[in-house]
Design a protein around this ligand. Structure first.
Ligand code: HGY
Ligand code: MN
Ligand code: MN
Length: 416
């Protein structure tokens, strides 16, 4: 890197996580739902990508986009060998009406951690990269962590290319429109082989740190989680001319299924089951729907129990459909097994962060997708609201800066 930009990056040390987060606070605000709606390759997420590239370039990092659309900002070692790299980062896409911190906090903290480390050393003893993975939320194409799944081979490239967003656009077409060659999406052995360790900082999506009165935690595991699409078919008809006795209303059947899902999950320890998205077709006020699609999110620490829960839900749904004169189909869209993070890496983080409690999480992350392939760890930052995937998600400024400092110290410890 030329001396000027090194000096510039030192001058940038005044940058803060809070400052970086405030730079993107107006991007992708959703005035209808509240919060942020930043689906992958939307104008909002593309603006955030540009922001990240600008911030990384300003820090003298070498920015590259991989075949699957992830952006990598490299602090190279002299000579540019990238084996055994340290990688940190997160995602910039959001759920509909999401909070400000889920994803961007990890990216902003990684940039500030680079500032801190650059103030301590001219060149890193091992390569360091900040990565932004696309479609972590799976909000557009339905599969969580699509970018990291493609890189690790955890999803078939053909299946990925043919995923469709709610408007019917395929991932292949959308990716192509934004500079990727869809023929080449898929496992990236070279890039994966360069990663010596991956450490992701993320806002805590729960109350653990509030109750423990601590600002930072180290992650132990991610709950297994999956997504299934249920389609309930009935008889579309007129709301006024169809007698109640003559109806086969898929909305009524779906409503019974949703409360049945809640009851099944309530009766299974540690289970979570959610229906947050339900679409009647055609969706007219004076129209009995002909079909209802709804999406099921089931999570449990034991993958076999999760599978059994989905089976019970499907059996119950078939019974309800029959009683309502409807039919129902269920299709798996995304599945992530329970993940335990690398014990060795966790121990090294605990040496750097002796005060930090070790917590499980019910939220999925790209770190969970990488965990079977590279030593992976996560660091959580306290969220005083304890709420996430909602505008109420929050991190106080002091904890945000502590998070970046902690990440820098952890990465520095891993450079030795
Ligand atoms: O859904 C999740 O657990 C994550 O926020 N993508
Ligand atoms: Mn999320
Ligand atoms: Mn996230």
């Amino acid at each position: 890197m030329t001396p000027g930009t090194e000096a510039a990056s030192r001058a940038e040390l005044t940058a803060t996580v809070t400052g970086l987060m405030s730079e993107i606070a107006g991007t992708g605000t959703d005035h209808l739902r509240g919060g942020y709606t930043r689906p992958v390759y939307s104008t909002a997420e593309l603006d955030l990508r540009e922001w990240f590239i600008e911030q990384a370039t300003k820090r003298g990092l070498a920015v590259e986009t991989d075949r699957n659309g992830a952006i990598w900002a490299w602090w190279n070692v002299p000579g540019g060998d990238r084996s055994n790299s340290l990688v940190t980062g997160s995602h910039l896409d959001s759920v509909p009406g999401g909070g400000a911190f889920d994803g961007p906090l990890g990216v902003a903290s990684a940039l500030i951690a680079v500032d801190i480390l650059k103030a301590r050393m001219d060149t890193p003893p091992r390569p360091l990269a900040v990565v932004v993975f696309p479609e972590e939320e799976g909000s557009r194409f339905g599969v969580a962590c699509l970018g990291s799944r493609l890189m690790t081979g955890a999803i078939d490239p053909d299946k990925a290319r043919n995923l469709r967003d709610p408007d019917g656009s395929t991932f292949a077409d959308v990716a192509k429109a934004h500079g990727l060659d869809p023929r080449f999406v898929g496992k990236d052995d070279k890039l994966l082989g360069q990663i010596g360790a991956f450490v992701e900082l993320h806002v805590e999506q729960g109350r653990g740190l509030i109750d423990l009165n601590q600002p930072i935690a180290i992650a132990e595991s991610i709950l297994g989680h999956g997504r299934w699409r249920l389609s309930v078919h009935g008889q579309g008809n007129h709301a006024g001319t169809t007698l109640m006795a003559d109806r086969h209303d898929p909305v009524v059947a779906a409503a019974r299924m949703v409360t049945g899902i809640r009851d099944i999950a309530r009766n299974a320890a540690n289970a979570r089951a959610t229906v947050g998205r339900l679409q009647p077709v055609p969706g007219g006020t004076n129209v009995i729907a002909s079909r209802v699609d709804f999406w099921l999110d089931v999570r449990h620490p034991d993958d076999a129990v999760a599978a059994a829960l989905v089976e019970s839900i499907h059996t119950q749904a078939r019974l309800i459909a029959a009683e309502e004169g409807c039919s129902v189909g269920l299709r798996e869209e995304s599945l992530s097994p329970t993940v335990h993070f690398d014990r060795g890496l966790q121990k090294e983080l605990q040496l750097a962060l002796p005060q930090a409690p070790v917590l499980d999480t019910g939220a999925g992350h790209d770190a969970g997708v990488l965990a079977p392939f590279v030593p992976t760890a996560m660091v959580f930052v306290r969220n005083p609201s304890g709420v996430s995937h909602s505008p109420e998600e929050h991190v106080v400024d002091e904890d945000a800066e502590t998070g970046a400092q902690t990440l820098a110290d952890a990465l520095h410890g891993l450079m030795a």
